[in-house]
Design a protein around this ligand. Structure first.
Ligand code: NOJ
Length: 536
């Protein structure tokens, strides 16, 4: 790598890999993945070329929302191991030159967290104001119309103290009152605990939810709501329950704390339109380093819309804001299921050649698809609460497919979620041994991205898009790559407007294309993508 790219930080240059710990590797035969399991798989992650690992919550939790309901922010759930296991994992990740990112869930705790138990014990408990408590209306109805993301009202009545508390998610996940300075201090202490241990950053859960309107005004109706299709939460626009101006003071506080340490990272989980998302970078870069950019997840797979969104995003970034891209995570349909297995390689090329930090969801590198889960095996509360809407997130959370042994090498017990029936064909061992597998293709993309400053830090220029394809360049000093992606199933053709633009294909979705020399008209078969090193 050229010395001139030295001023870029690890999280700007490398790829982040998300592990859903329940599903990665079980080491103690209980059917659930754990920290020792992750340790056993670090060789693989190193081989794949991952810079950083983000692990979804591993803290003590009643698991009402599979760890996103935390009962102790500074402990490790015994299901995942012990603090010694964590320390060992962190040390080993660092020994290999990789980074470890934890999930911080500051918007809400578990209803079993001692803070909440105290808070609900009486109206005059010192922690009463740590959560959002309010009287009902005179007729007994909740204080306002806010809804829970997981269905029903966002308010839960507490019989003992005769007030409602607010929960944006499950009633077992009461929202903290971030207007209270003691809450702020307590969560800064949590962050400091992990930063002192040496973790490299946090992915902050539902950052845009953390502060709510101080007058608790009713949310307006969403006129685009489609009953029986949309989740009930979408009946209203979350105008007053999310994305309030005061959130930026909190993000700034988190950032200031991490800035006391070396090169630590704050990623914000934020589902908002681009112009709102940008505000989370803060002013003069004092906000989140990476407000997650979910456009490739939320947008239709349409080349013109995606090309437009990339341009809009690039154009809206603040001067020192670093871009990032995400194709999948534990809350959404897997990419190979959403766009189809034929397009999965094109999607990978897009993720790994756009400007900005890519986040890769475990298993997507194998082309894992959503797995049908029989109704009696559904675990996800979102799926259980809205059984007719097919919104369970379990299908995208099934165990990692390592090899063709029973349970794909994930566990020798009954796995907590069923495995895909295709695991004998679709697994790491098989794909590592197969030169043209999607796994080896992913790895080559990652390697090329690492080797070429043009691909990890170079500039981005849109070149062309139409109803089939997206074409753009990435350039750094004397190296320029043209990336051409066919998002359709039939051939497409691109004739460069610049005379004499020509070059050699150095990586392609179809290996036969590699090494070929292109000039005049660049053509692609359906579902193909190529990276062309342009002649200078
Ligand atoms: C976002 C997380 O990604 C999701 O899995 C969880 O259910 C909600 N936040 C609530 O914490």
């Amino acid at each position: 790598m050229s010395n001139t790219t030295k001023e870029y930080l690890w999280w700007q240059k490398g790829v982040v890999y998300q592990i859903y710990p329940r599903s990665y590797q079980d080491s103690n035969s209980d059917g659930v993945g754990d920290l020792q399991g992750i340790l056993q798989r670090l060789d693989y992650l190193e081989w794949l070329g991952m810079e950083a690992i983000w692990i979804s919550p591993i803290f003590p939790s009643p698991m009402a929302d599979f760890g996103y309901d935390i009962a102790d922010y500074t402990g490790i759930h015994p299901l995942f191991g012990s603090m010694e296991d964590f320390d060992e994992l962190l040390a080993e990740v660092h020994r290999r030159g990789m980074k470890l990112i934890l999930d911080l869930v500051p918007n809400h705790t578990s209803d079993q967290h001692p803070w909440f138990l105290e808070s609900k014990s009486s109206r005059d408990n010192p922690k009463r104001d740590w959560y959002i408590w309010h009287d009902g209306n005179p007729d007994g109805t909740p204080p306002n119309n806010w809804l829970s993301v997981f269905g029903g009202s966002g308010w839960e009545w507490d019989e003992k103290t005769q007030q409602y508390y607010y929960h944006a998610f499950l009633k077992e996940q009461p929202d903290l009152n971030w207007r209270n300075p003691e809450v702020q201090q307590a969560m800064m202490d949590v962050m400091r605990f992990w930063l002192d241990k040496g973790v490299d950053g946090f992915r902050v859960d539902v950052m845009w939810h953390m502060i709510k309107d101080d007058q608790l005004r009713d949310n307006p109706k969403n006129l685009d709501y489609k009953p029986n299709v949309d989740v009930t939460y979408n009946e209203l626009l979350p105008t007053y329950s999310t994305d309030q101006p005061e959130i930026h003071n909190i993000v700034q506080m988190m950032r200031a704390l991490t800035d006391e340490y070396d090169e630590r990272l704050i990623i914000g989980e934020i589902y908002l339109p681009i112009h709102r998302l940008m505000t989370y970078y803060g002013q003069n870069g004092n906000g989140a380093h990476l407000p997650f950019n979910f456009q490739l997840i939320t947008m239709p797979w349409d080349p013109q819309r995606i090309a437009g969104a990339i341009d809009e995003y690039e154009g809206a970034l603040p001067p020192d804001g670093w871009p990032n891209w995400v194709l999948g995570n534990h809350d959404n349909v897997r990419i190979a299921s959403r766009v189809g297995i034929e397009q999965a390689r094109v999607a990978a090329m897009l993720l790994l050649t756009l400007r900005g930090t890519p986040t890769l969801y475990y298993g997507d590198e194998l082309g894992m698809r959503d797995v049908p889960i029989p109704p009696d095996k559904v675990k996800d509360p979102q799926g259980l609460n809205m059984p007719d809407l097919n919104v369970s997130r379990d299908p995208a959370r099934t165990p990692m497919q390592w090899d063709d042994s029973p349970n794909a090498g994930f566990t020798d017990a009954e796995p907590w979620l069923p495995l895909s029936s295709n695991y004998k064909r679709v697994n790491v061992t098989h794909q590592r041994n197969s030169e043209h597998s999607i796994l080896n293709y992913y790895r080559r993309l990652v390697q090329l991205r690492q080797q070429e400053p043009a691909l990890h830090v170079g500039n981005y220029k849109p070149v062309h898009s139409d109803k089939q394809m997206i074409v753009y360049t990435r350039e750094y000093e004397d190296r320029c790559f043209l990336i051409m992606l066919n998002l359709s199933h039939s051939p497409c053709y691109y004739t460069p407007k610049t005379d004499g633009l020509r070059g050699r294909v150095i990586l392609a979705t179809e290996p036969e294309r590699e090494g070929t020399y292109l000039e005049k008209t660049f053509s692609l078969g359906g579902d193909e993508g190529i990276i062309v090193l342009i002649d200078k």
